[in-house]
Design a binder for this molecule. Structure first.
Ligand SMILES: [Zn+2]
Length: 360
């Protein structure tokens, strides 16, 4: 066991992990759509990227975890198009992941499996562009909920073409091991890569845990959409806000709005800043429980927790085609952990205004 807070079975094998910027960006997404309570001065989520991960095993097998939004998203199923329409955010996509891979000498034929963290439009890409030799790997309950797929099932959000002719593999956690408090599936059978049962946000929501180094054992936790902002997972009971914020957060990632202003906002908070908003198709109670379990991983300095839409990585960490395995040596967790406090600049400005008004 590697850590008392988030124990992971011992292992000697690692996988190579590369973080792919899918080129997806989502802007002007109302904060209230994803999180509560509201924060004055922060009407929208920060512009959201969508991370995908290329995982390479020593056997040569390559997996892709999530695919972002595809360029031709207008050909999604009617159900998904309705969802996109109702959210009314600005979506831009420059490249499909399959082309990003190809442009870096990784032809689609080398991919043995595509893992969907869940079925939402900003994660599923277009698997039909990959050869049918690539499995599509999904979480528990997926087949019951969505198969046979659109158009045979007109109200299914996923398309039959997403899995036509390929192995649609639904992970069964009933006979599983545990990582932390989560059920996990040892994908390669050697402890190098686990699929993690993280339910709540969507039917069969999956995360993944990759062993990135040994001696010491370090891991990357790919959290998908188990949260949508670092303020949903931090601070936590294991990881309170640093007492001296200005010193704890490297200056490179925190423009200084004035320590006193930050303290005014932050001292009001004991746990995470936000909880998930109630959304159609999500199970709020389970989502919150999943976040609590993920906080164990997030607080472990040998685990780097990355959720799908974390903008903190931009400009700080190496992205595909470069590997991310040496994240700890490079200090990427430390540099990105509290960077989300920048998002509160507007809220702090709003509070300053309020205080100013009161004093007048
Ligand atoms: Zn998402």
């Amino acid at each position: 066991m590697t850590n008392p807070i988030f124990p992971v079975p011992a292992g000697t094998e690692t996988v190579q992990v590369r973080i792919i910027d899918t080129s997806t960006r989502m802007a002007k997404l109302p904060l209230a759509f994803l999180m509560q309570p509201p924060m004055e001065g922060m009407q929208y989520m920060p512009e959201m990227p969508a991370w995908s991960f290329l995982i390479e095993h020593s056997s040569g097998q390559k997996l892709v975890f999530d695919l972002g939004v595809p360029k031709d998203w207008r050909s999604f199923s009617p159900v998904i198009l309705q969802i996109i329409d109702s959210i009314n955010c600005e979506i831009t996509v420059k490249d499909d992941v399959i082309d990003i891979l190809k442009n870096n000498d990784i032809p689609a034929g080398q991919i043995s499996g595509i893992i969907w963290s869940h079925w939402h439009f900003d994660h599923i890409g277009d698997p039909s562009k990959f050869p049918t030799s690539a499995d599509l790997i999904v979480g528990p309950g997926f087949k019951d909920a969505f198969c046979p797929g659109y158009p045979s099932a007109p109200d299914s959000p996923v398309r039959e073409s997403d899995f036509a002719g390929r192995n649609l593999r639904e992970i069964d956690f009933s006979d599983s091991i545990e990582v932390g408090q989560f059920r996990a599936y040892d994908f390669f059978g050697d402890g190098s890569f686990y699929l993690v049962d993280t339910p709540g946000h969507a039917v069969g929501h999956l995360s993944a845990l990759a062993r990135t180094t040994t001696s010491p054992d370090t891991f990357i936790f790919m959290g998908g959409d188990l949260c949508h902002h670092s303020g949903q997972i931090r601070p936590s009971k294991h990881m309170p806000l640093p007492f001296d914020i200005q010193n704890a957060i490297p200056a490179t990632v925190l423009p200084c709005p004035g320590a006193q202003a930050y303290e005014k906002l932050l001292l009001r908070r004991n746990g995470a800043f936000f909880t998930p908003a109630t959304m159609v198709g999500t199970d709020s109670k389970t989502t919150i429980r999943t976040i609590e379990k993920a906080q164990d991983a997030d607080a472990d300095s040998n685990i780097w927790f990355i959720f799908a839409h974390d903008p903190s990585l931009l400009g700080i960490v190496d992205l595909f085609p470069l590997p991310a395995n040496d994240w700890k040596k490079n200090g990427w967790r430390r540099k990105t952990l509290w960077a989300f406090l920048r998002d509160f600049d507007m809220a702090i400005a709003a509070q300053d205004k309020e205080v100013g008004q009161v004093s007048i």
